[in-house]
Design a protein around this ligand. Structure first.
Ligand code: PMP
Length: 332
């Protein structure tokens, strides 16, 4: 994969995100809890890395020709990344997502010029599922590439090649644990595999939202989901191609309430506005820090910006309708 070939153009803005120390979670645990600011990528999320890697890989394999079309099923952020990279490289994008994803992500995709196909949410086993719909559209479209982020391991390779070495360099090799939640699993598996190349001792923890099946898989060997979550972009029910062989040492379950508490604490105490998957990741990092004990360094991901969810997570009426607590700061 020739990521270097993008040096010098706008796509070189992807990655090399800052790593910040989170004061509140660090004080609460006696550890250094550090977070990669993936919301600072040009498309506003961690998924710019996967989008760039998938397109670079397809180009290198001759699967994408100038003027071609990239088709993908996504919770939105990968679509935004693909649309940005696609624009920069001269490809059209067709993005399939469920109509339950945030209004802001839908509007962003339209603004970037992607063709948006909205479908109702269904089980993965249903042929109408957004992932299968995107595969069919790709098959029926002349010169189209199906990005296939769930099973295309160019996704996790982006994290093996970029995110993990960045974390190693930014911590000076002082990293005891890493944790995040999985959507495709590209981040957790790629950063996990990449960090283990530097040191086998780094503990990789999976943080699983309610409604996902991975906690039970890694804890008990059984893919079984319990509860549900309003978090977008995370919550996996199968072992994707990217998760296959992920070096998971420990696992945690985090509720939406715990994640939201961190979202609002990050906003009030650290001055950072992030989405719910980031809040869930920070709650997971606190659990991993407690498991490892004081004095350790734990790294997690701030996957996207809270600005992407102004009409939902930061809207008291929406929170109330979902039965979620409205924080004091939104009542003021
Ligand atoms: N958080 C958000 C907001 C996302 O959009 C995604 C990607 N679906 C993730 C986390 C999870 O990343 P990955 O696909 O690498 O598991």
């Amino acid at each position: 994969m020739a990521l270097d070939s993008f040096a010098g153009d706008a796509l070189a803005l992807i990655g090399n995100t800052p790593l910040v120390r989170l004061k509140g979670p660090s004080e609460a645990t006696g550890c250094d809890i550090l977070a990669k600011c993936e919301f600072m990528n040009p498309g506003g999320s961690v998924k710019d890395r996967a989008a760039l890697a998938i397109i670079a890989d397809a180009e290198a394999r001759g699967l994408l020709k100038p003027g071609g079309t990239i088709v993908e099923g996504t919770a939105g952020n990968t679509g935004i990344g693909l649309a940005l990279v696609g624009n920069a490289r001269g490809y059209k994008t067709v993005i399939v997502m469920t109509d339950t994803q945030s209004r802001e992500k839908q509007d962003t995709l339209r603004a970037l010029g992607a063709e948006l196909v909205l479908v109702p949410p269904t089980a993965y086993s249903n042929p109408a599922h957004y992932v299968h719909t995107s595969r069919r559209i790709a098959e029926e479209t002349e010169g189209a590439l199906w990005a296939n982020q769930f099973d295309n391991t160019a996704n996790r390779l982006a994290h093996i090649r970029t995110t993990a070495p960045e974390i190693w360099a930014q911590t000076g090799g002082k990293v005891d644990g890493f944790t995040c939640a999985a959507g495709t699993g590209g981040t957790i598996a790629g950063v996990g595999l990449g960090l283990k190349e530097f040191s086998e001792d780094v503990v990789i923890g999976l943080t699983d939202p309610h409604g996902a099946a991975l906690y039970n898989f890694y804890a008990h060997g059984e893919l079984k989901a319990e509860g549900n979550s309003v978090a977008e972009g995370i919550g996996q029910s199968r072992i994707t191609g990217n998760l296959d062989g992920a070096p998971i040492d420990t696992q945690f379950r985090v509720s939406d309430e715990e994640g939201l508490e961190q979202v609002f604490a990050l906003l009030e105490r650290e001055g950072m506005c992030v989405g719910l998957s980031s809040g869930i990741n920070v709650a997971g990092a606190i659990k991993l820090a407690r498991e490892l004990g004081p004095g350790k360094t734990v790294v997690t991901m701030l996957c996207d910006s809270g600005m992407r969810y102004l009409s939902s997570l930061f809207n008291p009426a929406w929170l109330e309708a979902k039965g979620l607590p409205v924080p004091e700061m939104l009542r003021r």
